[in-house]
Design a protein around this ligand. Sequence first.
Ligand SMILES: Nc1ncnc2c1ncn2[C@@H]1O[C@H](COP(=O)(O)OP(=O)(O)OP(=O)(O)O)[C@@H](O)[C@H]1O
Ligand SMILES: Nc1nc2c(c(=O)[nH]1)N[C@H]1C(S)=C(S)[C@@H](COP(=O)(O)O)O[C@H]1N2
Length: 178
Amino acid sequence: MSTTVPIGVVTVSDRASRGIYEDKGGPGIVAALTELFGSPWHPVARVVADEQALIERALVQLADEDLCPLILTTGGTGPALRDVTPEATEAVCEKMMPGFGELMRAVSLKVVPTAILSRQTAGIRGGSLIVNLPGKPSSIRECLDAVMPAIPYCIDLIGGPRLETNPAHCIAFRPKGA
Ligand SMILES: Nc1ncnc2c1ncn2[C@@H]1O[C@H](COP(=O)(O)OP(=O)(O)OP(=O)(O)O)[C@@H](O)[C@H]1O
Ligand SMILES: Nc1nc2c(c(=O)[nH]1)N[C@H]1C(S)=C(S)[C@@H](COP(=O)(O)O)O[C@H]1N2
């Protein structure tokens, strides 16, 4: 059995899932986490089309079977008809964490005026925190840099493993004594 922490990485993209283009989202998340995490971890990656049932199934498996304390999605957060990642996230979560989306949009707005078009959100399913990132590969690091400082303490609070960040790239916030 693996002693490293499984982290769910879900690319939601019609074209990447069909092989029309190479998926840069999943590898982008892995590259970002490789810098940001200080604890041993390994990715459990999935690539799915923009279909709510498929996204929900991937999230449920990663949470309930793979026991990932953190699941990151990329893509499907916009206003287009097939963009349903936030709906899938909300459908499988018991509790929403709207502050994640608020912060990521605020930070992204400094980079791109269309940041308001992302409905990216976050929520809790059991012992898993699910966080949506936009599909544009360049948005992954911008968004993760903003929210990563709060992620280890959030995972503490839902009973997950103690995750450390790499202080060269990210200082995690935990209240004194936590
Ligand atoms: N997984 C990915 N890998 C590589 N590039 C991506 C990926 N997802 C998105 N992109 C790029 O970012 C752009 C905006 O992403 P968006 O999620 O809106 O794509 P989309 O138009 O919904 O198409 P698709 O679902 O087929 O990726 C895409 O047009 C593509 O250039
Ligand atoms: N940081 C960042 N946020 C961003 C973007 C971006 O390029 N960088 N693209 C925006 C655009 S153009 C769209 S349409 C929405 C939704 O993208 P998605 O459907 O690929 O998730 O994310 C927005 N948020």
